[in-house]
Design a protein around this ligand. Structure first.
Ligand code: FES
Length: 234
C-alpha cells in the first residue's frame, strides 16, 4: 500500500498504527496532500528527539519544498484536533499534536494574508511565547506585516487580523520507539503556487534553482533566532 492509499484508508477508519510509528486519525473530510517523507534532523544531521524540543520555542525547517519554510513548535501541552476550513470553504480536520504529550505541531510559515515568510535576513512572522504588543493572547503565531494572529494550539486558526484562512498544517508522524519526527504531508489551504509566483525572482537569488525541489529524506531544523538574523517583534 502506498502512502496516499494508506492515508485514505485511515480516513475510512482503518487502523493508523504501524511498526511503532504513531500517525494521527483523520476525519472523513480531511484531504492530506502527501509529499516525500522527511526526517527532522538537527544541524549535525542527527535525528531530532521530540521529547528534547524546548517548549514554546520557535523552530523552523523547510518543507515540502526547499524554499518553503515551516514552523515547528512544542506547545508544552496537548493540542487537540480541530475542525477548520480554508478560504475556499473546504472543511478539514486538523489531527492535533504528536509526540508523547501530543504537544508537537508544525505549520507552513507563509502568512495566509500576503505570504510574508521568514528568511535568513528577516522574519516578520514568528511564534510569541508571550503576548505580542497587539496580540490577543500568549503563545500565538503573529505576523507583524498586518497583524494576523494564528493559534497553533488550534490548528493555526486565525484569531485576529486580515488572514482569510489558517496556516497550512504540516503533518508529522512520531516514531514512538526512537522518539523521532517525520514530515509527510500538508493539510489545509496550501499557498505554495502563489508563493513561488510572487517571490520567483527573490527565491532564485536566496535559494537558487533548487527552490522548488521537493524536500526528501531529511529536513534540517533550527531555532528561528539562529536561522534568522532579525526576527521582527511588534
Ligand atoms: S502578510 Fe501577514 S498579516 Fe499581512
Amino acid at each position: 500500500m502506498d502512502r496516499r492509499s494508506f492515508i485514505e484508508s485511515c480516513t475510512a477508519g482503518a487502523a493508523c498504527l504501524s511498526a511503532g510509528t504513531a500517525l494521527p486519525a483523520f476525519a472523513a473530510n480531511a484531504k492530506p496532500r502527501s509529499y516525500a517523507k522527511a526526517l527532522l534532523v538537527n544541524a549535525q544531521g542527527e535525528p531530532l528527539k521530540a521529547s528534547r524540543l524546548k517548549p514554546l520555542t520557535n523552530y523552523v525547517f523547510h518543507y515540502p519544498y526547499e524554499a518553503t519554510p515551516a514552523f515547528l513548535l512544542d506547545l508544552g501541552k496537548p493540542a487537540n484536533p480541530q475542525s477548520l476550513s480554508t478560504k475556499a470553504r473546504d472543511a478539514y480536520a486538523w489531527p492535533g499534536g504528536v509526540g508523547a504529550n501530543r504537544s508537537v505541531v508544525a505549520f507552513s510559515a507563509i502568512c495566509a494574508h500576503q505570504l510574508v515568510y521568514p528568511t535568513r535576513d528577516v522574519s516578520f512572522i514568528s511564534f510569541r511565547k508571550n503576548r505580542a504588543q497587539r496580540g490577543v493572547q500568549d503563545a500565538l503565531i503573529h505576523c507583524c506585516a498586518d497583524h494576523s494572529q494564528y493559534d497553533p494550539a488550534r490548528g493555526a486558526e486565525v484569531l485576529s487580523g486580515p488572514a482569510s484562512q489558517p496556516l497550512c498544517a504540516v503533518l508529522l508522524s512520531h516514531d514512538t520507539q526512537h522518539d523521532t519526527l517525520t514530515a509527510y504531508a500538508t493539510l489545509g489551504g496550501e499557498l505554495f503556487d502563489d508563493f513561488f509566483k510572487k517571490y520567483e525572482m527573490k527565491l532564485s537569488l536566496e535559494v537558487g534553482p533548487k527552490a522548488r525541489n521537493p524536500v526528501a529524506g531529511q529536513a534540517v531544523v533550527s531555532e528561528l533566532e539562529k536561522f534568522c538574523r532579525n526576527a521582527i517583534q511588534c
